[in-house]
Design a protein around this ligand. Sequence first.
Ligand code: ATP
Ligand code: MG
Length: 426
Amino acid sequence: MTQYTVPRGTRDILPEETTLWQFVEQKAREVFALYNFREIRTPVFEHTELFLRGIGENTDIISKEMYTFQDRKGRNLTLRPEGTAAVVRAYLESNRRNQEPLSKLWYQGPMFRYERPQAGRYRQFHQIGCEVLGAGNAYQDTEVIAMAQHFFTALGLKDLEVHINSVGCKICRPVIKERLKSFLGDNLDNLCEDCRKRFETNPLRILDCKNPKCNDFFVGLPDISSVLCADCKSHFHDVQDYLNILQIKFKVNPRLVRGLDYYTKTVFEVISGQLGAQNAVCGGGRYDNLVQELGGPALPAVGFAFGLERVVLIMQNQNITVPDARPYILLAPLGENACGRAAVFAEALRHSGVPAEIDVSAKGLGAKLKSANKLGVAYVYILGDDELLEKCGQLKNMLTGAQEKVAFTDFAARLQKNYQQDRGEK
Ligand code: ATP
Ligand code: MG
């Protein structure tokens, strides 16, 4: 028989891990709400044109990573490689600007990039991200960085660093590019093939090259921040001031650029020492031209996205555990007659909010107690023929091993009370 496997670069997230995922998602929801962000959900695929226009043709994503296909009517569609372009599209399409001067939106979901799969890098991966549309001031850049920091702290993650930089705007970016090109020009032959291409198409991205050979040539590189225009300089300065006021630790990394073309002024990453080559957990920045580029008004914006796979990986490395919701009680009917009665109890408990499991198999008591142990339940309620006659089951406390008779009439209320008490104590 054929054994089917997941496609390369994708993976199943099994129940042992989904507990962590749900914890991360829940924390994001809570923290983002504290900052007045509201969730937006956009489709998993969009018109290819949106990404071509939004992300930039000379980026890795557009040139080699997109999952593009034609539907039956020949429409050119692409599985989203990132979230921002679609959020901006939805923002413009729904005329949100007429309803609110400042939109603070967040999203979550799978993204698709045809990349070389490795630890922390997949072809289907999951992001949670946020976008603020309509604010150009430096406070807003800082607020999203503060929110990212708040969120990672709430998860209990340790040893993360915030790196920031400014990549300039329409006015100073050409100057930055020229400086970079004249510096690297002499060493062009020593750079990797990708970088030689980038030299012509997107020189800033050379700074982002992961090839250690190229990195050697960056020593003595001109500092981008010295070439910024007055406006970008003072914006970058203000962002750092706000970060200091809020006591958020950060490093200015003059080599930090991002993989997408739309960034202007502030860019930032949250870096973990524990992810090896895939050390970026979260990336973001300001994108003041994208809204206009996608057909809207000239509207400044800023946002970030983090990868859930990488966050979960760090949590596992740092031994961060979260409580797993397990059943509180196992109903153990012995013999067919007891099964109906046990089913009624199980259902009654569930309706009163007590997680209950039932074992209707033909196994004996020993085997059922064993599976109760495996489930990690606090109690087992044993119902055999004698108990049915007496209308009274045996309640076994799995922690102490103590067993006592509990009448059918008292059972549900008793369990509900125990459950509430146990939960309250935790
Ligand atoms: P990298 O430099 O690692 O390729 P990136 O700059 O392409 O990251 P962004 O597009 O900014 O990443 O996405 C933000 C976050 O999404 C990253 O910091 C990372 O956590 C996550 N991410 C990006 N690509 C992948 C992928 N292929 N697999 C898993 N997570 C990813
Ligand atoms: Mg990438």
